[in-house]
Design a protein around this ligand. Structure first.
Ligand code: COA
Length: 208
């Protein structure tokens, strides 16, 4: 099998989890990082080759993966790479379960124990984090993050760059606007039409 090389942008906790997935896949002959902490020379036994600004010199030789948790920063970096014809990886942990007719956009990570049921469409640069679940026919626009242990029932639509916090739940047939933050443990029971931060059970917009 022809094995390629993977360069992960970001060597923080999220980047290291991404490196773990890549290692499990046995698809890459080399894994390396770029990170803006110039004091960091390696992570998880993989070298840090430089800062993210140096990425252009690696575009030919590596597949790339943007492992930055902040949705807007990840979006900016990934779209910038795309415009320079970078090859972007999509990474799915072997223990994740994907139903039939599920599609994943490039630059998306599906972490250990996640479940994505049939007919769901996940956009580019999304994170489906540890043990999160999307039931059937969800649509996630680009750069959405579903945090660990969050659960979306069937036919939920999540707008671009929305972040669903750890352990949050969304009942079926709802639409959530883009650019929202849904707090840890929140339960969303009605459509969210306005960008903002929503917390609690049932989830309400936090005025600040
Ligand atoms: C919702 C959230 C984004 C708000 O962050 P923030 O703007 O920094 O908010 P603060 O911590 O300043 O809290 C502001 C107020 O909201 C309340 N609050 C914050 N998060 C809350 C939550 N999840 N549920 C209920 N209330 C919450 C705080 O208690 C505080 O209330 P007060 O003003 O009465 O004291 C954040 O608290 C959260 O839940 N993040 C999810 C983290 C996560 O999922 N991480 C996984 C990473 S993989």
């Amino acid at each position: 099998m022809d094995r390629s090389r993977l360069l992960i942008l970001g060597a923080s906790g999220h980047g290291r989890v991404v490196a773990d997935i890549a290692s499990c896949l046995n698809r890459y002959e080399q894994i390396a990082f770029l990170d803006d902490d110039e004091g960091k020379t390696s992570a998880m036994g993989h070298p840090v080759l430089g800062t993210i600004a140096m990425v252009d010199r690696y575009l030919e030789d590596f597949d790339l993966f943007v492992a930055v948790g902040n949705n807007l920063v990840r979006q900016r970096i990934q779209l910038g790479l795309k415009s320079r014809q970078a090859r972007l990886a999509t990474l799915v942990h072997p223990s994740a379960v994907l139903g039939s007719e599920v599609s994943l956009g490039e630059g998306t990570a599906v972490m250990a124990g996640a479940v994505i049921n049939c007919g769901s469409i996940v956009g580019r640069g999304c994170i489906i984090n540890t043990s999160a679940s999307l039931d059937h026919d969800n649509v996630l626009e680009d750069f959405v993050h579903i945090s660990p242990g969050a659960h979306l029932a069937g036919t939920v639509h999540v707008g671009e760059c929305t972040w669903i916090g750890i352990g949050a739940c969304v009942i079926n047939n709802l639409r959530l606007a883009g650019g929202c933050r849904i707090g840890a443990g929140a339960v969303v029971v009605s459509d969210i039409v306005e960008k903002g931060t929503y917390v609690g059970v049932p989830a309400r917009r936090r005025r600040s």
